[in-house]
Design a protein around this ligand. Structure first.
Ligand SMILES: [Fe+2]
Length: 264
Protein backbone atom coordinates (compact mmCIF):
# COMPACT_ATOMS: atom_id res chain seq x y z
CA UNK A 1 0.00 0.00 0.00
CA UNK A 2 2.95 2.31 0.66
CA UNK A 3 6.66 2.49 0.09
CA UNK A 4 8.57 3.70 3.15
CA UNK A 5 12.01 5.25 3.02
CA UNK A 6 13.95 6.92 5.80
CA UNK A 7 17.29 8.60 6.46
CA UNK A 8 18.33 8.49 2.81
CA UNK A 9 21.07 11.12 3.44
CA UNK A 10 21.40 11.56 -0.33
CA UNK A 11 24.21 14.10 0.17
CA UNK A 12 26.34 11.15 1.37
CA UNK A 13 25.32 8.79 -1.44
CA UNK A 14 27.40 8.24 -4.59
CA UNK A 15 25.55 8.85 -7.89
CA UNK A 16 25.26 5.14 -8.65
CA UNK A 17 23.55 4.51 -5.30
CA UNK A 18 21.03 7.24 -6.04
CA UNK A 19 20.46 5.77 -9.51
CA UNK A 20 19.80 2.36 -7.95
CA UNK A 21 17.29 3.92 -5.58
CA UNK A 22 15.51 5.70 -8.42
CA UNK A 23 15.40 2.44 -10.41
CA UNK A 24 13.89 0.61 -7.45
CA UNK A 25 11.22 3.30 -7.15
CA UNK A 26 10.49 3.17 -10.89
CA UNK A 27 10.03 -0.61 -10.71
CA UNK A 28 7.06 -0.24 -8.37
CA UNK A 29 5.61 3.02 -9.58
CA UNK A 30 2.30 4.57 -8.54
CA UNK A 31 2.39 3.33 -4.92
CA UNK A 32 2.52 6.30 -2.49
CA UNK A 33 5.94 7.04 -0.97
CA UNK A 34 6.46 8.02 2.65
CA UNK A 35 9.76 9.58 3.70
CA UNK A 36 10.47 9.90 7.41
CA UNK A 37 13.16 12.56 7.27
CA UNK A 38 16.90 13.11 6.73
CA UNK A 39 16.44 13.12 2.96
CA UNK A 40 19.53 15.30 2.38
CA UNK A 41 20.49 18.84 3.42
CA UNK A 42 18.87 22.23 2.92
CA UNK A 43 20.71 23.38 -0.22
CA UNK A 44 19.69 20.32 -2.26
CA UNK A 45 16.54 19.11 -0.51
CA UNK A 46 14.03 20.42 -3.06
CA UNK A 47 15.94 19.00 -6.02
CA UNK A 48 16.31 15.63 -4.29
CA UNK A 49 12.58 15.49 -3.55
CA UNK A 50 11.72 16.34 -7.15
CA UNK A 51 13.98 13.59 -8.47
CA UNK A 52 12.46 11.07 -6.07
CA UNK A 53 8.97 12.08 -7.18
CA UNK A 54 9.97 11.80 -10.84
CA UNK A 55 11.20 8.26 -10.25
CA UNK A 56 8.30 7.20 -8.02
CA UNK A 57 5.56 8.50 -10.34
CA UNK A 58 3.39 8.74 -7.24
CA UNK A 59 2.54 11.05 -4.39
CA UNK A 60 5.41 11.68 -2.00
CA UNK A 61 4.53 12.42 1.62
CA UNK A 62 7.39 13.44 3.86
CA UNK A 63 8.43 14.82 7.19
CA UNK A 64 11.68 16.69 7.70
CA UNK A 65 14.59 15.35 9.72
CA UNK A 66 17.20 17.38 11.55
CA UNK A 67 19.73 16.94 8.71
CA UNK A 68 17.30 18.40 6.18
CA UNK A 69 17.84 21.77 7.88
CA UNK A 70 21.64 21.63 7.81
CA UNK A 71 23.09 24.76 6.26
CA UNK A 72 19.96 26.84 6.79
CA UNK A 73 17.24 27.54 9.33
CA UNK A 74 14.10 25.63 10.20
CA UNK A 75 12.02 28.55 8.97
CA UNK A 76 13.82 28.73 5.62
CA UNK A 77 13.46 25.03 4.91
CA UNK A 78 9.78 25.08 5.76
CA UNK A 79 9.30 27.93 3.30
CA UNK A 80 11.15 25.92 0.64
CA UNK A 81 9.00 22.82 1.00
CA UNK A 82 5.78 24.81 1.07
CA UNK A 83 6.81 26.56 -2.16
CA UNK A 84 7.68 23.18 -3.67
CA UNK A 85 4.23 21.83 -2.81
CA UNK A 86 2.59 24.87 -4.43
CA UNK A 87 4.51 24.09 -7.62
CA UNK A 88 4.26 20.29 -7.44
CA UNK A 89 1.21 19.29 -5.37
CA UNK A 90 2.17 15.60 -5.41
CA UNK A 91 5.19 16.37 -3.16
CA UNK A 92 3.68 17.12 0.23
CA UNK A 93 5.24 17.99 3.60
CA UNK A 94 2.90 16.16 5.95
CA UNK A 95 2.14 18.61 8.77
CA UNK A 96 0.25 21.05 6.51
CA UNK A 97 -1.06 18.23 4.29
CA UNK A 98 -3.40 17.27 7.14
CA UNK A 99 -5.12 13.90 7.12
CA UNK A 100 -4.28 11.86 4.02
CA UNK A 101 -6.55 8.90 3.23
CA UNK A 102 -4.37 5.98 2.07
CA UNK A 103 -7.22 3.47 1.85
CA UNK A 104 -10.74 3.21 3.26
CA UNK A 105 -10.32 3.37 7.05
CA UNK A 106 -6.57 4.04 6.86
CA UNK A 107 -5.22 7.54 7.33
CA UNK A 108 -1.72 9.02 7.19
CA UNK A 109 -0.58 11.96 9.31
CA UNK A 110 2.89 13.21 10.13
CA UNK A 111 5.05 15.70 11.99
CA UNK A 112 8.83 16.16 11.90
CA UNK A 113 9.45 15.71 15.64
CA UNK A 114 12.54 16.92 17.49
CA UNK A 115 14.61 15.25 20.16
CA UNK A 116 13.69 17.19 23.27
CA UNK A 117 15.77 15.97 26.16
CA UNK A 118 12.78 14.63 28.04
CA UNK A 119 14.43 11.23 28.33
CA UNK A 120 17.91 10.91 29.77
CA UNK A 121 19.67 14.01 31.07
CA UNK A 122 20.08 16.68 28.37
CA UNK A 123 22.33 18.85 30.52
CA UNK A 124 24.93 16.24 31.41
CA UNK A 125 25.08 13.87 28.43
CA UNK A 126 28.58 13.96 26.90
CA UNK A 127 27.08 13.56 23.41
CA UNK A 128 26.17 16.34 20.98
CA UNK A 129 24.79 16.40 17.44
CA UNK A 130 26.01 18.54 14.55
CA UNK A 131 22.58 20.18 14.66
CA UNK A 132 24.10 22.62 17.14
CA UNK A 133 26.50 23.91 14.44
CA UNK A 134 24.51 23.55 11.24
CA UNK A 135 20.92 24.56 12.08
CA UNK A 136 20.70 28.31 12.46
CA UNK A 137 18.17 28.48 15.29
CA UNK A 138 20.40 26.21 17.37
CA UNK A 139 23.74 27.70 16.30
CA UNK A 140 22.55 31.14 17.39
CA UNK A 141 22.26 29.93 20.97
CA UNK A 142 25.30 30.39 23.19
CA UNK A 143 24.43 27.84 25.87
CA UNK A 144 23.27 24.26 26.16
CA UNK A 145 20.21 25.48 28.04
CA UNK A 146 19.37 27.84 25.19
CA UNK A 147 19.67 25.09 22.59
CA UNK A 148 17.50 22.80 24.71
CA UNK A 149 14.84 25.50 24.93
CA UNK A 150 14.81 25.79 21.12
CA UNK A 151 14.55 22.01 20.71
CA UNK A 152 11.72 21.82 23.19
CA UNK A 153 9.82 24.63 21.51
CA UNK A 154 10.09 22.82 18.17
CA UNK A 155 9.20 19.44 19.69
CA UNK A 156 6.22 20.81 21.59
CA UNK A 157 4.82 22.62 18.56
CA UNK A 158 5.05 19.40 16.54
CA UNK A 159 3.42 17.39 19.33
CA UNK A 160 0.54 19.86 19.51
CA UNK A 161 0.14 19.62 15.75
CA UNK A 162 0.15 15.82 15.99
CA UNK A 163 -2.63 15.84 18.59
CA UNK A 164 -4.74 17.94 16.24
CA UNK A 165 -4.04 15.66 13.29
CA UNK A 166 -4.86 12.50 15.26
CA UNK A 167 -8.20 13.99 16.34
CA UNK A 168 -9.01 14.93 12.78
CA UNK A 169 -8.08 11.45 11.55
CA UNK A 170 -10.37 9.90 14.17
CA UNK A 171 -13.20 12.23 13.18
CA UNK A 172 -12.71 11.18 9.58
CA UNK A 173 -13.50 7.60 10.59
CA UNK A 174 -10.00 6.14 10.43
CA UNK A 175 -9.54 2.78 12.15
CA UNK A 176 -5.80 2.69 11.48
CA UNK A 177 -3.61 5.77 11.51
CA UNK A 178 -0.13 5.61 10.05
CA UNK A 179 1.98 8.25 11.81
CA UNK A 180 5.15 9.39 10.04
CA UNK A 181 7.74 11.16 12.18
CA UNK A 182 11.50 11.49 12.14
CA UNK A 183 12.45 11.13 15.79
CA UNK A 184 11.43 7.97 17.65
CA UNK A 185 8.88 8.77 20.37
CA UNK A 186 9.88 6.16 22.98
CA UNK A 187 13.27 4.96 24.31
CA UNK A 188 12.16 1.35 23.84
CA UNK A 189 12.20 2.01 20.08
CA UNK A 190 15.98 2.26 20.19
CA UNK A 191 17.36 -1.15 19.21
CA UNK A 192 18.33 -2.99 22.39
CA UNK A 193 21.95 -3.99 22.81
CA UNK A 194 23.31 -1.24 20.56
CA UNK A 195 25.26 1.75 21.84
CA UNK A 196 22.36 4.08 20.97
CA UNK A 197 20.26 2.37 23.63
CA UNK A 198 22.53 3.93 26.29
CA UNK A 199 20.71 6.67 28.26
CA UNK A 200 23.37 9.17 27.14
CA UNK A 201 21.73 9.03 23.71
CA UNK A 202 18.14 9.42 24.84
CA UNK A 203 18.12 13.24 25.00
CA UNK A 204 19.34 13.34 21.39
CA UNK A 205 17.35 10.49 19.87
CA UNK A 206 13.87 10.59 21.46
CA UNK A 207 10.99 13.06 21.25
CA UNK A 208 9.24 12.76 24.60
CA UNK A 209 6.61 15.29 23.53
CA UNK A 210 5.55 13.15 20.55
CA UNK A 211 5.53 10.07 22.77
CA UNK A 212 3.18 11.67 25.29
CA UNK A 213 0.66 12.58 22.59
CA UNK A 214 0.75 9.10 21.03
CA UNK A 215 0.49 7.36 24.40
CA UNK A 216 -2.50 9.46 25.48
CA UNK A 217 -4.33 9.01 22.17
CA UNK A 218 -3.78 5.24 22.16
CA UNK A 219 -5.13 4.93 25.72
CA UNK A 220 -8.18 7.07 24.95
CA UNK A 221 -9.00 5.33 21.69
CA UNK A 222 -8.29 1.59 21.98
CA UNK A 223 -10.40 0.96 18.88
CA UNK A 224 -7.93 2.85 16.68
CA UNK A 225 -4.55 1.37 15.77
CA UNK A 226 -1.58 3.71 15.58
CA UNK A 227 1.23 2.48 13.34
CA UNK A 228 4.19 4.82 13.86
CA UNK A 229 7.04 4.94 11.33
CA UNK A 230 10.21 6.75 12.41
CA UNK A 231 13.88 7.08 11.58
CA UNK A 232 16.74 9.13 13.09
CA UNK A 233 18.50 6.34 15.00
CA UNK A 234 19.34 4.36 11.82
CA UNK A 235 18.86 1.12 13.79
CA UNK A 236 15.90 -0.99 12.69
CA UNK A 237 13.48 -1.76 15.50
CA UNK A 238 9.83 -2.67 15.99
CA UNK A 239 8.12 -2.37 19.35
CA UNK A 240 4.60 -2.63 20.72
CA UNK A 241 3.88 0.13 23.25
CA UNK A 242 0.20 -0.75 23.65
CA UNK A 243 -1.88 -3.35 21.82
CA UNK A 244 -3.02 -0.52 19.53
CA UNK A 245 0.29 1.41 19.34
CA UNK A 246 3.24 0.02 17.44
CA UNK A 247 6.45 1.82 16.48
CA UNK A 248 8.76 0.88 13.67
CA UNK A 249 12.14 2.53 13.23
CA UNK A 250 13.84 2.15 9.88
CA UNK A 251 17.40 0.95 9.47
CA UNK A 252 19.75 3.14 7.44
CA UNK A 253 23.38 3.33 6.34
CA UNK A 254 25.12 6.39 4.97
CA UNK A 255 25.79 5.95 1.27
CA UNK A 256 23.20 3.20 0.79
CA UNK A 257 19.75 4.76 0.42
CA UNK A 258 17.08 2.06 0.17
CA UNK A 259 13.37 1.30 0.39
CA UNK A 260 12.54 -0.20 3.79
CA UNK A 261 12.07 -3.97 3.38
CA UNK A 262 8.91 -4.21 5.43
CA UNK A 263 7.01 -1.67 3.37
CA UNK A 264 4.85 -3.21 0.76
FE1 LIG B 1 19.59 10.24 9.83
Amino acid sequence: MIRWLTDLHLDHAPPEAIQRLHAALRSNASVPVILTGDISTASRLVEDLERLADAAEAAIYFVLGNHDHYGASVGTVRDQVLALNARRPEIAWLPPAGVVTLAPGTALVGVDGWADGRHGNPMTTPLVLNDDKFIRELAEQSSRAGRLAVRRALADADATRLATLLSRARESGAERILVATHVPPFPSALAAGQRIAHPHWHPLLISGATGEVLDAFARQHPEIHLDVHAGHSHAAAAVTIHPNLTVRVGGARYGRPTIQPESG
